[in-house]
Design a protein around this ligand. Structure first.
Ligand SMILES: [Zn+2]
Length: 355
């Protein structure tokens, strides 16, 4: 899920005279709230990008390279960075809310990760299937300030035209995945694209009373999630194709898989060509250490935490046993690698650069 500009949440706290504890809370909420922050921005009309800047406690890393080419048989793929969110504060309890902070810190320490900040990655995927150009997830657009919204520039940098994109497959309706569908003016960024979304996901968010009681987040945040999802889904009325897990698209090139849990209609996308495949994990995992070492550790914005864990175990086991190459939306850029089963859990194995 989402992450807004860390810098923003922190500087807002500083400028408002909030305490460090408040800052941590704001930061945590902000991190949680890609969609929430997005929705706040949508509903309030405020620009997240206007926040003043202040020196950061941790070094801000340079931007990652913006696109990474790969192939799946005859399909050309491009992993697209939508940005990088560096967040001050502990990843707990946004991550692993069911664990203690000491338990989380022990795992972080073992992985040589700091306890007081963490990074969120956002990796879209562009596919050239025959003559068709397909985008899987649209990034955050302007919803998360300067930490996101780089998919458009990176599509262009990779040599493609926005208007040539025929369809956007939305793995689920959270702000860091749908924000890029619309420009700041509220018009479709990919004006010739249809939106492909799981019917269960579409029905959930556009239904009378979406049940977000499973989120370990404030009520206001839940409302903002709903408002953001509805705005973006409704913008594609008449240009939406509702699908279901098991459906195949563009011949047999894409197969949609059931990934329910993170959201009710969260889905994964298996890409196939010849004897090669690539599994787009979407949000089966949000942290390349915490969700792998202990697959039962969730994130606070899972709609149905138990189902999210069951899906993660199932998908990770399949990917590990079959040796499937995967792309994770929130895995370290460019998010391409494999999953290995280890005692008690799993391990993220990044694909070496250039291979
Ligand atoms: Zn996400």
């Amino acid at each position: 899920m989402p992450t807004p500009a860390t810098n923003r949440t922190q500087t807002n706290a500083i400028n408002s005279g909030a305490t460090s504890a408040d800052a941590a809370q704001l930061s945590r909420r902000g991190v949680l709230a890609g969609a929430a922050t997005a929705a706040v921005a949508i509903s309030s009309g405020t620009s997240l990008a206007k926040a003043p800047t202040k020196p950061q406690p941790a070094a801000t890393p340079t931007e990652p390279a913006g696109f990474y080419r790969l192939t799946v048989g005859d399909i050309t793929g491009v992993a697209l960075s939508d940005g990088l969110g560096v967040n001050p504060g502990s990843p707990h309890p946004t991550f692993a809310p069911e664990a203690t902070k000491d338990e989380v810190n022990a795992v972080l320490k073992d992985a040589f990760l700091p306890e007081d900040r963490f990074v969120f990655y956002f990796n879209g995927l562009l596919l050239k299937i025959g003559a068709d150009l397909i985008l899987i997830d649209a990034g955050a657009g302007s919803l998360m300030g300067p930490s996101g919204g780089k998919v458009e520039a990176n599509i262009k940098a990779a040599g493609y035209n926005l208007d040539d994109i025929k369809a956007v497959v939305l793995t689920h309706a959270h702000g860091d995945h749908f924000g890029g569908l619309l420009t700041d003016a509220g018009t479709p960024r990919f004006k010739n694209a249809r939106l492909i979304v799981n019917r269960a996901e579409h029905d959930f968010w556009t239904g009378a009373a979406p049940d977000l009681s499973g989120l370990r987040m404030p009520e206001e945040t839940r409302k903002n999630f709903i408002a953001g999802a509805r705005k973006h889904l409704e913008a594609f009325k008449g240009k939406t194709d509702l699908v279901a897990p098991g459906d195949k698209l563009f011949g047999d090139a894409l197969e949609l898989l059931d990934g329910r849990g993170h959201t009710p209609g969260h889905m994964l996308v298996m890409v196939r060509s010849g004897n090669e495949q690539l599994l787009n994990l979407a949000d089966c995992a949000h942290h390349y250490i915490l969700n792998f070492r202990n697959p039962a550790w969730t994130v606070a914005f899972d709609a149905d935490p138990a189902s999210a864990v069951a899906t993660r175990r199932k998908v990770f086991s399949m990917a590990a046993s079959d040796g499937v190459r995967v792309l994770g939306y929130h895995m370290p850029w460019p998010g391409v690698g494999h999953i290995r089963e280890i005692p008690g859990g799993f391990e993220w194995v990044p694909q070496p650069w250039g291979l």
